[in-house]
Design a protein around this ligand. Sequence first.
Ligand code: GDP
Length: 366
Amino acid sequence: GFKCGIVGLPNVGKSTLFNALTKTAAAQAANYPFCTIEPNTGEVAVPDPRLAQIAQIARSKEIVPTRISFVDIAGLVRGASKGEGLGNQFLANIREVDAIVHVLRCFEDDDVTHVEGRIDPVADAETVETELMLSDLESLERRIAGVRKKATGKDKEALTVLPMMEQALALLQDSKPVRLLLDGIAAEDLAILKGLNLLTSKPVLYVCNVAEDEAATGNAHAEAVAAMAAEQGASTVTISAAIEAEIAQLDADEAREFLDTLGLEEAGLDRLIREGYDLLDLITFFTAGPKESRAWTVRKGSRAPQAAGEIHTDFEKGFIRAQTIAFDDYVGLGGENAAKEAGKARDEGKDYVVQDGDVMLFKFNV
Ligand code: GDP
């Protein structure tokens, strides 16, 4: 599965957010640092209004959304890269995730201790980022001497990875995250970069956790974070974890009413989940029939057999072709048969690159 790791300093609202996300009380929120020690993983449904539209047309009995995972990672403190606090474990856990959801405290509340004794989310972001960069710097410096030596000896693998290592090292020595290399990177280079397994090469989404009465408007702290994120090419979501925790307890009608009184269009978590999904570079394709309409996830750029493989490994092995209808055609024309009649049901082969929203039906040998 695809995983987003929730990180941030202690007491910023990570557990509150995670609990709301998973609607469980498993990761107990408490007003002291280090309350979440073991990483907790929760799977959440990815909200997608297209699925209900498809299901209605296909007269499906069931609707099955696709899912991504969120991992609540133990609180980081200044000095983590030197093993302070739960530093080493924190860094190891972060290595396991595909993207980082970085929660920043943007709410004022004298009853909730701030580890640094002041509310300054931009400085907090830098504190966390610095620990990640120091850890990457140390890990690269440890590895690069050996690779340089091998590259001098014309070792193939060393020659392939060395340029990327040098670029990453130069950034880190300049106190910049390796993530900056992601912009417009070629697929082969991305694979090399991922292979280096650096913490600051993972995409980041900043979550501004604001007070309950600021959920609709945001606040000056959140604006400062947005400005910082824009400089880094990162995105932000403004939510109030406390409100999300309340919404998580309500049924759909009550939640809608509550959102209205707050002046909110939709739950912040739905936005967060969708942004997380984008961050992971994922797209959705659908299968539709009387039994169920279902959303499935593949990485952007995946080909039809890989999509088939998400459903069943046999579908991938025996892949013949995929009847493919674009979402707009499926809904606009009124379903599979109408799309077929209009010539909008394409037969795609093994080289077809799956597009977001494709409604697919796989033909395969067993
Ligand atoms: P973590 O250490 O980052 O996991 O933080 P927690 O989720 O345990 O939250 C720390 C404290 O901040 C708890 O007492 C929460 O109730 C409180 N808290 C979290 N989010 C909010 C919020 O949006 N508003 C307010 N006022 N308090 C919050």
